[in-house]
Unconditional design. Structure first.
Length: 105
């Protein structure tokens, strides 16, 4: 799957979705976006970037940018790999997310 450009930062770095990751300058940041209303540091983010509605790791995104990113992330997950290794990896990721939600660091 080809990289999907989400935006270019003020300093010229590309924010793209590559292989199911939101990437900054080709380096993976996150697999999921966070709605700004659910972000613990939303007030500071809105002060720095008033038009932000979502966060992709440390990257603030506006609604149109988040929409492009979310669509590309979903498309990359549409191709379900049912092999034993892929299922094991998905279960590992879900277990880790659950543990993080419950407070494990």
């Amino acid at each position: 799957m080809d990289p999907v450009l989400v935006k270019t930062t003020l300093d010229g770095r590309r924010v793209e979705v590559i292989d199911g990751w939101l990437c900054l300058d080709g380096r993976p940041e996150v697999r999921d976006l966070t709605v700004l209303d659910e972000h613990p540091n939303r007030q500071a983010i809105l002060k720095a970037c008033p038009s932000a509605t979502h966060m992709g790791g440390r990257l603030p995104l506006t609604m149109p940018q988040a929409s492009v990113a979310q669509a590309a992330l979903r498309r990359s997950n549409d191709g379900f790999d049912g092999s034993a290794g892929a299922v094991h990896e998905r279960l590992r990721q879900v277990s880790w997310r659950k543990a993080q939600t419950d407070g494990v660091e």
